[in-house]
Design a protein around this ligand. Structure first.
Ligand code: ADP
Ligand code: MG
Length: 358
């Protein structure tokens, strides 16, 4: 007989709400947030500063008690279970290593607290350091390490306790770009080698996209959308998500019945061309060089009233265009912009969120 029961989610938040502040001045850090994270997933929490990402991690770890809702770990209701009784560990942006202890002692601290000593502890410390490729530095103090090495110690210290879940709160935020990319790669390998469920908080869309299997996008304490990076980029459910995961133009199309319908279109789907069949005309206001391509900022104010009615227009003062070659364009030149209507993306009406666009 076919087994139709699914394994329980590794992490499950059910209608979790968190309110901080006073009764007079409440801060709604989380508003009825629900999501499931599967065992072994690399799951991202993405959103602007103050949107509720860290609070979600603290709820999972048990440092914050939700005002409403429930938290499940591996199928068990842990809403009222204290942090030290949950098989969850956290890695923070600022490493939080003990400065007076060696790398080995830092990694072994959690084992010591649990009464694991001697050869057994040493073996586990060595294994954890091997995982993060730091075996040679076991006797160093944190002050004698680079930022990237310190973060690898923090990872080893969290993983040595063999948690079911590793929570990472902007762990690469303090590192420069090259080092961050290298550690992203190492995190991916570490996830693969350990099979532990990773929950990764970041405000950086590129970082979330390059690491995560699925991502929950936070907006003002609520979950705007959950999906794979591909789903979020190509099928955003709201203007907020469309804008937060990459750059976006917003276009109003007038229907035969006079109604305006609103769509988004990505800059890479807008092309320069001749006047015939153009969707829009505009004036080049800025040319930004990005190495692999250029981004043009077009002022659509050159549009004539007739074409507005027929083909719609791009909203706002600026619209973005991504091109390979600037085609010897000068600032102030008039350009014709083309796109394939198949690349327009329409939003469900009830998902509209007011945000500032470009
Ligand atoms: P993020 O990690 O996405 O930047 P947070 O989850 O830290 O956001 O915060 C969400 C909101 O809750 C913010 O407005 C923040 O100021 C507020 N907040 C978080 N923790 C507390 C707290 N302990 N006391 C009061 N307000 C808090
Ligand atoms: Mg945070």
């Amino acid at each position: 007989m076919e087994n139709t029961t699914h394994p329980p989610a590794m992490i499950s938040l059910k209608n979790v709400s968190c309110v901080f502040g006073s009764e007079k001045n409440p801060v709604h850090a989380l508003r009825s947030v629900s999501f499931d994270i599967k065992a072994g997933e690399f799951f991202g929490l993405l959103g602007p500063s103050g949107s509720g990402k860290t609070t979600s991690l603290r709820v999972i770890a048990g440092f914050v008690q939700p005002n409403e809702g429930a938290v499940f770990l591996n199928g068990q209701d842990v809403t009222n279970v204290p942090p030290n009784k949950r098989q969850v560990n956290t890695v923070f942006q600022d490493y939080a290593l003990f400065p007076h202890m060696t790398v080995g002692e830092n990694v072994g601290y959690g084992l010591m607290v649990r009464g694991i000593k001697g050869d057994g502890a040493n073996r586990q410390i060595e294994d954890a350091l091997k995982l993060v490729r730091l075996s040679a530095l076991i006797d160093r103090k944190p002050a004698e390490l680079s930022g990237g090495q310190r973060q690898r110690v923090a990872l080893a210290r969290a993983l040595v306790l063999k948690p079911l879940v590793l929570l990472l709160d902007e762990p690469l935020g303090a590192l420069d770009l090259k080092l961050r990319e290298q550690l992203q790669h190492e995190l991916k390998l570490l996830h693969h080698e350990t099979g532990v469920t990773f929950v990764f908080v970041t405000h950086d869309q590129h970082e979330a996209f390059s690491l995560c299997d699925r991502i929950g996008v936070f907006h003002e304490g609520g979950l705007a959308q959950i999906g794979t990076p591909q789903e979020l980029y190509h099928r955003p459910n709201s203007e907020f998500v469309a804008n937060f995961v990459g750059n976006c133009n917003f276009v109003n199309y007038r229907q035969a019945n006079g109604q305006l319908l609103r769509y988004s279109i990505r800059p890479e789907n807008c092309h320069l061309g001749g006047e015939g069949g153009a969707q829009m005309v505009g004036i080049v206001r800025e040319i930004q060089y990005f190495g692999a391509n250029y981004r043009l900022i077009i002022d659509p104010s050159g549009l004539e009233a007739a074409s507005l009615a027929e083909i719609g227009h791009i909203e706002g003062k600026r619209s973005l265009l991504q091109v390979d070659v600037p085609q010897s364009l000068a600032l102030g030149s008039k350009v014709y912009i083309h796109w394939d209507k198949n690349h327009l993306h329409n939003f469900p009406q009830d998902n509209f969120i007011d945000v500032e666009v470009n």
